[in-house]
Ligand binder design. Structure first.
Ligand code: PLP
Length: 380
């Protein structure tokens, strides 16, 4: 029987933690009541949703009443941007500031808003993928409706100076949204320290279930509902709750709060080890901020080695990693993130992303490094 591949693509999604599955199961079987129902079945489901809202809020230092469950990080990003833009447009503001390295969930929403009369500034980043707070300040206009800047990048892991940006926007009274889908559950986040008004995240990126996203909306921000219908999510997102998913999100958040610091230290040590071993390869280039980045992500390319060749060779060797760039209709487009960081098309097209996670063992990292060194030795 062939060996089970080693999963090194945790930035794409994480496996469900066994503890999370355990707490979810009763809500898929015995506790099937609708949280809106008044009888005992409903009451028990409602209590579970309430508990999960509190656990989820604690992950980002928010109050439970500021947490709205959605179906994904993408939905949360869409809701935040579209609703803040709509409210601010009514006040005559039609300018949005974001970055050139956002995930498609933000980028495409901004493009859609451009089509509806907004002008959007896509801020550049430096070679490490960082946005300068001074560039944010310089981009602001009297009609700036909102600023949306990701907390950490999904391709290279670079963490943005959100707290600094939040502080400067506060003085200008401009709302700040951050896409924290990669960061939540992995680095400590506190909405007050960050100074954000809206923050999106998604349970499947921190060992929770797929199909559950979260939008934090600061108390006092009056935004229109995402969906109209029943009174779920305090009249803001109608539709019967995904009780099991919400319970899973709460449990995953609680586990992350308890374990993220120790996990970060371990992941950083393992990623550094990998970086050191791969650093001996001729023509290797690492992308992303060496210090200020998510502990588990390493993005690199090897000169003379096409991305798809490397990915296929690694797949054959039993390692699941991913490309740094999106592939559509058979054509590999260079990553917009790496291009924004100053890489040439060729450099961007050979980059791959390795992302370690909770169940990655040191021996997996060693075996992966051996495999890359072996593959590289055959081309050089
Ligand atoms: N934003 C970032 C930075 C992401 O990495 C992702 C997913 O990869 C998303 C948004 C979308 O999240 P979801 O998969 O929950 O829709």
């Amino acid at each position: 029987m062939s060996r089970v591949p080693v999963y090194l693509d945790h930035a794409a999604t994480t496996p469900l933690d066994a503890r999370v599955l355990d707490v979810m199961l009763p809500y898929l079987t015995a506790v099937y009541g609708n949280p809106s129902s008044q009888h005992a079945f409903g009451q028990e489901a409602r209590r579970a949703v309430l508990r999960a809202r509190t656990q989820t809020a604690a992950l980002i230092g928010a109050s439970p009443e500021e947490i709205y469950f959605t179906s994904s990080g993408t939905e949360s990003d869409n809701w935040a941007l579209r609703s803040i833009a709509a409210v601010r447009r009514a006040a005559g503001c039609r300018h949005i500031v974001t970055t050139a390295i956002e995930h498609a969930a933000v980028r495409e929403t901004c493009r859609m808003l451009e089509g509806r009369g907004f002008s959007v500034t896509y801020l550049p980043v430096d070679g490490a993928g960082r946005v300068a707070p001074s560039a944010v300040a310089a981009a602001l206009r009297t009609d700036t409706a909102l600023v949306s800047i990701m907390t950490a990048n999904n391709e290279v892991g670079t963490i943005q100076p959100i707290a600094e940006i939040g502080a400067l926007l506060r003085t200008r009274g401009i709302p700040l949204h951050t896409d924290a889908v990669q960061a939540a559950g992995h680095i400590p986040l506190d909405v007050d320290m960050l100074g954000v008004d809206a923050l999106s995240f998604s349970a499947h990126k921190f060992y929770g279930p797929k199909g559950i996203g979260v939008l934090y909306i600061r108390r006092g921000m009056r935004l229109p509902p995402l969906l109209y219908g029943g009174a779920q999510e305090r009249d803001m997102r109608a539709g019967t709750e995904n009780t099991a998913g919400i319970v899973g999100c709460g449990c995953a958040a609680e586990c992350a709060v308890a374990e993220m610091r120790a996990e970060e230290v371990r992941l950083r040590a393992d990623t550094e080890l990998l970086r050191a071993r791969l650093g001996t390869i001729d023509g290797i280039a690492f992308h992303g901020d060496p210090q200020t980045r998510l502990a588990g992500i390493l993005n690199f390319g090897i000169k003379g080695m096409a991305q798809d060749t490397l990915l296929i060779r690694l797949d054959l060797a039993g390692f699941a990693v991913s490309a740094g760039s999106a592939c559509s209709a058979g054509a590999v487009h260079p990553s917009h993130v790496l291009r924004a960081m100053g890489c040439t098309d060729e450099e961007a097209q050979r980059a791959i992303r390795v992302s370690l996670g909770r169940q990655t063992k040191r021996s997996d990292v060693d075996a992966f490094a051996d495999a890359v060194l072996q593959i590289a030795s055959e081309v050089h």
